[in-house]
Each structure stands twice: as structure tokens, then as C-alpha cells.
Design a protein around this ligand. Structure first.
Ligand code: HEM
Length: 133
């Protein structure tokens, strides 16, 4: 991809389209399973992560400028409301972010893009907090 193409491309395209976004989401959940540092985050999730993988992949595809798989299936994401059943504080927010930053790093996402996405995702993750601490 030339510099001009890279500037015009959506984050979805720059991540490698559906295959790239799916690989990033899969690494994110693999790391959640593997890394002791994310055990608290993992414990909030169902035993089988297949549904979580699909939903985050569908959501991120649209959020990154690709196909709106999530809203096509479920309508407005209402992410904060959908996270209310899970107790999310600073520790959970920080584990989610660290897990995603590690996944982007391991998938060799371009550093500037990874930085930009991390800043935007932080806003969303922080907004999901629904308990003190
Ligand atoms: C702040 C820390 C976060 C925690 C602890 C957390 C935890 C969870 C849990 C436990 C679920 C349920 C999984 C399932 O039903 O299989 C879930 C669902 C979901 N999460 Fe998060 N999450 C966080 C942040 C985020 C962020 C930042 C995003 C988006 C960028 C996100 C996107 C989603 C989506 C799309 C779903 C599926 C919602 C549905 O349709 O039911 N989450 N999350």
C-alpha cells in the first residue's frame, strides 16, 4: 500500500479487512485465556468464548469503517447498557486495554494506527465503567 493509499484507507482496510480484524479479535481472546494478568477480565466472560469472539469481530468491523455486521444483526450497539451485567471498574478497564494493546502489538499493527486505535478504544472502555474502583 502506498503512502497515499494508506492515508485514504479506513482502519478496517489498514488492518487487513475481515481476515485481519478477525485475527486481531482471536488473538485478543486467546491472550485473555492465556495471560494470568487478564484472569479477572476472563472470569467475567462465559466459559466458551465463541459468541464473544463473533460479537467483538462484528462490532469492530463496523467501528473501524468496514461492514456493519453488528448493527445489521442487533441494531444500535448500546454498549454501556449491554455491559451493565458485568462489574467493570478501573482494573477491568485496564485489563481490557492491556489485552487489546498486546494483541495489536503481536499482530504487528502499524504503530501509529495502534496508538490511534488505543486512544479511541480507551474512551469507550472508560465509558463502560459501572462501579467504583
Ligand atoms: C472495559 C472493559 C470491558 C469489559 C470488562 C468487557 C466485558 C465484556 C463481557 C463480559 C461481555 C459479554 C461476553 C459474551 O456475552 O459473550 C462483553 C460483550 C461485548 N463487549 Fe465488552 N468489555 C469491555 C470493554 C469493551 C469495549 C471497549 C468494547 C468495544 C470496543 C466492547 C465490546 C463488546 C461487545 C460488542 C460485546 C457484545 C455485546 C452483546 O451483543 O451482547 N467491550 N464485554
Amino acid at each position: 500500500m502506498s503512502a497515499t493509499d494508506a492515508a485514504a484507507a479506513t482502519p478496517f482496510e489498514r488492518l487487513g479487512g475481515e481476515a485481519g480484524v478477525r485475527a486481531l479479535v482471536d488473538r485478543f481472546y486467546d491472550l485473555m485465556d492465556l495471560e494470568p494478568a487478564y484472569a479477572g477480565l476472563r472470569a467475567l466472560h462465559p466459559v466458551a468464548l465463541d459468541g464473544s469472539r463473533d460479537k467483538l469481530f462484528w462490532f469492530l468491523s463496523g467501528w473501524l469503517g468496514g461492514p456493519n455486521h453488528y448493527t445489521d444483526r442487533f441494531g444500535h450497539p448500546r454498549l454501556r447498557a449491554r455491559h451493565l451485567p458485568y462489574a467493570i471498574g478501573i482494573a477491568e478497564r485496564d485489563q481490557w486495554m492491556a489485552c487489546m494493546v498486546q494483541a495489536m502489538d503481536e499482530q504487528a499493527v502499524d504503530t501509529a494506527l495502534a496508538q490511534r486505535l488505543a486512544e479511541a478504544l480507551y474512551g469507550t472502555a472508560d465509558w463502560m465503567r459501572n462501579k467504583g474502583g
